[in-house]
Design a protein around this ligand. Structure first.
Ligand code: CP
Ligand code: NVA
Length: 306
């Protein structure tokens, strides 16, 4: 049985297989065919943090596949009152067919998955957001940019940046990550990516220079400077991230066919200028919609591999 906790656990072939499956399922859905790949299956969705896209895409996705989604806010279940993660996992996995979790600890997610009798999917943790990256890669493929792909991630070395590094190291593309001093991707994650990059021939560079990082890239991306749970650091972060807004000047450094991606929610005139956001609004919302299609593919894949 496989889980979907981090891209590190998947080979390039497996990731590409899921991308192809998503393309097929998207095509079917777009032509009004809702194939019931998971009839009568239940997906439990545990959230300890807010969400718009992840919740709506997983819930809608499982319905479209013929199953049922159970939304479980940690405030409403005993997990929020201190019931051990392992007990929660044993109980929920004994009654449902698949579990998605959004929390603030990759470690806890892994503890949960270890004792779960059904596949567990990472819907964002402190460390990674793998389902988002799969949607991003699907979008890149749809825009025909996967060959000679060169991505610049500008901003916080957070769960999104680490996931970009993980994806690049598996898929074998070039990635420049530009973050302010003190906000770089953690060394242990970069070391693990280096190991994968030796096989895939990916080239990952961490720098503090966003202008240089953007040069000749065909995808520029960023994420909020203040992730969920960091609200008290907001003022300091806004100061520390000066010079890291993706604006037209930065986009002009990229290649002519470059697109801009954002996982959303986006804060205009902070991590991205209003002008850039509006210019790339089509691709950004295609990217958001792709959460639905890729996650349906991930669920079908995990269900088949049980
Ligand atoms: N990008 C993303 O995961 O959005 P939500 O926080 O709204 O789920
Ligand atoms: N880095 C952000 C991503 C939101 C989808 C956060 O963790 O809040």
């Amino acid at each position: 049985m496989k889980h979907f906790l981090t891209i590190a656990d998947y080979s390039k072939d497996e990731l590409m297989h899921i991308i192809s499956l998503a393309k097929k399922i998207k095509k079917e859905t777009k032509s009004g065919i809702y194939k019931k790949y998971m009839p009568n299956k239940t997906l439990a969705m545990i959230f300890t943090k807010s969400s718009t896209r992840t919740r709506v895409s997983f819930e809608t996705g499982i319905y479209q596949l013929g199953g049922t989604g159970l939304f479980l806010s940690s405030n409403d279940i005993q997990l929020g009152r201190g019931e051990p993660v392992e007990d929660t996992s044993k109980v929920i996995s004994s009654m449902t067919d698949m579990i998605m979790i959004r929390n603030d600890s990759q470690k806890e997610l892994e503890q949960f998955a270890k004792v779960s009798s059904v596949p567990v999917i990472n819907g964002l943790t402190d460390k990674f957001h793998p389902v988002q990256l799969m949607a991003d890669y699907l979008t890149i493929c749809e825009y025909g940019l996967e060959k000679n792909l060169k991505v610049a991630y500008i901003g916080d070395g957070n769960n999104m940046a680490s996931s970009w590094a993980m994806l690049a190291s598996k898929m074998g593309f070039e990635l420049n990550i530009a973050s302010p001093v003190g906000y770089e991707v953690s060394k242990d994650i970069l070391d693990l990516c280096d190991k994968f990059s030796k096989i895939s021939r990916a080239k990952i560079v961490q720098t503090n220079d966003p202008q240089k990082a953007s040069e000749n890239c065909n995808v520029i991306t960023t994420d909020t400077w203040v992730s969920m749970g960091q609200e008290q650091e907001k003022q300091k972060r806004l100061k520390d991230f000066q010079g890291f807004m993706v604006d037209t000047n930065m986009m002009n450094k990229a290649s002519k066919d470059a697109i801009f991606l954002h996982c959303l929610p986006a804060y205009r005139d902070l991590e991205v200028s209003l002008e850039v956001f509006e210019k790339y609004d089509k691709v950004i919302f295609d990217e958001a919609e792709n959460r639905l299609h890729i996650q349906k593919a991930i669920m079908v894949y995990l269900d088949k591999n049980r």
